[in-house]
Design a protein around this ligand. Structure first.
Ligand code: NDP
Length: 286
């Protein structure tokens, strides 16, 4: 006897505003096709006043999960059943997964960065001295995961002192790492002995591809691993300058792919091909 047909796809997606330029659909749907899954990823415009109804809607329509982007990462927490401890500490959720009938908030940004650092650059964060440029949402997620993974120290260089100080305080009060805030002076030097330097600002993001953080590039040495969060373009001027000083570099496309792959696994229980996901984005960013 032949099996009854099943025309029902499983649904996931992203809530954002504005959301039209969010490229996540490209890599997630490429991974669905690659694994032959009848799943769909929907890019959904949700205004702030509509977030509560949108979460009720995803429950009613049995979505398997959702990503959150600007401006919903913080607000969504009040509509969820539970939040993972690291996301709780960051105060932000970028991925919701379902466990039974419960919606659980996760944050995969920092986990994606850690996986890229380990798999693409061969770096174990344990005991490392790390310097961050920026203290926004991405920096929060990345520094919390680095601190939880045993980084020895994290120095936060940020323009806005309130944001910089509050991130350093969050890390000092909740993790074993030694965090310090430094005000961003133009042409600031990166301390000797730094193992990992990260640009976690939005400087260099398309279309401002010629911009670079205002630091003393000659203070970068070949013993440093220099990372960028900017996924588009993957090869930023910041990374070019670091490579010229002999540093090992790591682009932001890896982090984007891995954070998506971690979410994909939370939703489907399957490991997607990161190569398929990365090449689909490279094609889209051409
Ligand atoms: P936020 O708006 O939360 O933070 C932006 C940060 O950049 C702040 O620290 C801000 O400093 C700093 N900044 C912006 N412009 C300047 C400037 N001209 N000089 C000095 N500092 C500046 O953004 P997010 O943290 O959410 O995102 C940051 C970047 O990370 C984005 O480009 C985003 O695309 C990328 N990203 C990449 C991911 C990936 O997977 N590769 C994942 C998530 C984000 P201040 O506080 O002083 O304003």
């Amino acid at each position: 006897m032949s099996e009854a047909p099943n025309y029902k796809a499983e649904l996931v997606g992203v809530f954002g505003h504005p959301v039209a330029e969010n490229p996540t659909i490209v890599m997630i749907e490429a991974a669905f096709r690659d694994l032959g899954l009848n799943w769909r990823y929907l890019t959904l415009e949700v205004v702030p006043e509509g977030l509560e109804a949108a979460v009720s809607g995803m429950r009613a329509m049995h979505f398997q999960g959702i990503n959150l982007t600007i401006p919903h990462k913080i607000e969504v927490i009040k509509y969820l059943d539970r939040v993972a401890p690291d996301a709780q500490l960051m105060g932000a959720v970028n991925t919701v997964r379902k466990e039974g009938n419960e919606l659980i908030g996760e944050n995969t940004d920092g986990k994606g960065f850690l996986r890229s650092l380990s798999e693409d650059a061969g770096v174990d964060p344990k005991g490392k001295r790390v310097v961050f440029l920026g203290a926004g949402g991405a920096a929060r997620a990345m520094t919390v995961e680095l601190a939880m993974a045993g980084a020895a120290s994290i120095t936060i260089i940020n323009r806005n002192s309130e944001r910089g100080n509050s991130l350093a305080t969050l890390l000092n009060e909740n993790t074993e790492t030694k965090a310090t805030y430094l005000p961003w002076q133009p042409g600031i030097s990166i301390a000797e002995g730094t193992d990992v330097l990260v640009n976690a600002t939005s400087i260099g993001l398309y279309p401002n591809t010629f911009d670079k953080p205002d630091i003393d590039y000659d203070s970068i040495s070949e013993s440093m691993v220099v990372c960028d969060v900017i996924p588009n373009p993957p090869q930023t001027v910041f990374l070019d300058e670091a490579a010229k000083r002999g540093a090992h570099t790591l682009d932001g496309l890896g982090m984007l792919v891995y954070q998506g792959a971690i979410g994909f696994r939370m939703w489907t229980g399957l490991e997607p091909s990161v190569e398929v996901m990365r090449s689909s984005l490279e094609e889209a960013f051409k």
